[in-house]
Design a protein around this ligand. Structure first.
Ligand SMILES: [Zn+2]
Length: 130
């Protein structure tokens, strides 16, 4: 199933510079060291706005997910999940190359990237070998 295109803006530019290099960048707090999700503007532990970037290691687990049914001929389905990264933060991403009926909460996933036509490279996940 196709990955939907996303366009960058001023706020997301550094994040998408990272995805273009094959890195999922997280926000590391420069004050307390907590690893935050990429879209965070202040640390969720100490509220400091002083945040750096750190690349995720690329593993995580499905915390929850939804199957989106798309109109078309034939109709198709895609899986959108909240993935809990090994570093702690949860991010929203598609799970690709999987039968939606075979996705389970708790599945191990690994990071990859896809670049849909007309969009930025976006992080996606694949189910790790069972
Ligand atoms: Zn902090």
């Amino acid at each position: 199933m196709a990955v939907l295109a996303i366009a960058r803006d001023d706020v997301s530019a550094e994040f998408f510079d990272g995805t273009a290099r094959g890195e999922l960048l997280l926000r590391k707090c420069l004050k307390c060291g907590h690893i935050n999700a990429p879209h965070i503007e202040a640390c969720i532990r100490c509220a400091s706005p002083e945040l750096g970037w750190q690349a995720a290691g690329g593993t995580g687990r499905v915390q929850t997910f939804a199957v989106v049914h798309l109109r078309g001929d034939p109709p198709s389905r895609l899986v959108v999940a909240k993935v809990g990264l090994a570093e702690g933060p949860w991010i929203d991403a598609q799970i690709v190359d999987v039968d939606p009926d075979q996705v389970h909460i708790g599945d191990e996933v690994t990071l990859d990237f896809e670049t849909p036509e007309g969009g930025e490279a976006v992080p996606v996940f694949r189910i790790a070998d069972r």
